[in-house]
Design a protein around this ligand. Structure first.
Ligand code: SF4
Ligand code: SF4
Length: 197
């Protein structure tokens, strides 16, 4: 029929238009900020620093190796190493960042810092409401603001955080076994008898 395609198209449009008022799955508009659409688990925005336990300083995983600072394409990470050391997650004394800043007005959310970190110390956050009134330095996030607990990491990326915990637990167990082997080496094996009876 002449014009049949147009009528079909208009029927689809009308169905979707009416459906957008009454069918839940088609209601794409929500009353933000009172209502919030759930973010997918792999959503990412800007990086944050993970700490274990309750103490953001003692539990901070970052050892200030500066790999992320060197690899960040727009160079928006700034780290100053500490003068002293504190134990890392296996109890080994390590440096920590005395200063760790990220200029999120420059960060492009590429996640390269996360990929290159050998200590699972930096991960991608989901917070996106970061507008500030002040312009100067307002978007320079500092260590105190960047540090977030491992529990928080589990809340926003549960699958990834569980995998990371398993990897860290395996690394800690391997380090403990190595330490034990060094502390009490196995007795030497007696030479075998060259002239057995
Ligand atoms: S996400 Fe990318 S741009 Fe942002 S701090 Fe990490 S490496 Fe730099
Ligand atoms: S976040 Fe990771 S890569 Fe960056 S300085 Fe800390 S330990 Fe090194």
């Amino acid at each position: 029929m002449l014009g049949g395609g147009i009528l079909k198209g208009m029927a689809v449009t009308a169905r979707n238009f009416v459906g957008s008022y009454f069918i839940q799955e088609r209601m794409t508009t929500i009353q933000y900020p009172e209502e919030r659409a759930p973010l997918p688990e792999n959503y990412r925005n800007f990086p944050f620093l993970v700490f274990d336990g309750d103490d953001a300083h003692a539990g901070l995983r970052c050892v200030a190796c500066q790999i992320c600072e060197k690899e960040c394409p727009p160079q928006c990470i700034y780290i100053v190493k500490s003068k002293d050391k504190k134990p890392d997650f296996v109890g080994k004394p390590q440096l920590y960042p005395a200063t760790f800043d990220i200029d999120i007005s420059v960060c492009m959310s590429c996640q390269i810092c996360v990929e290159v970190c050998p200590f699972d110390a930096i991960k991608m956050d989901k917070v996106f409401e970061l507008s500030r009134r002040e312009r100067f330095d307002a978007l320079l996030m500092q260590k105190a603001e960047l540090a977030k607990s491992n529990e928080y990491y589990h809340q926003i990326h549960p699958t990834e955080a569980t995998d990371v915990d398993a990897g860290l637990a395996a690394a800690a167990a391997a380090a403990a076994a190595k330490k034990k082997a060094v502390a009490s080496p196995a007795p030497p094996t007696p030479p075998s008898n060259p002239n057995p009876a």
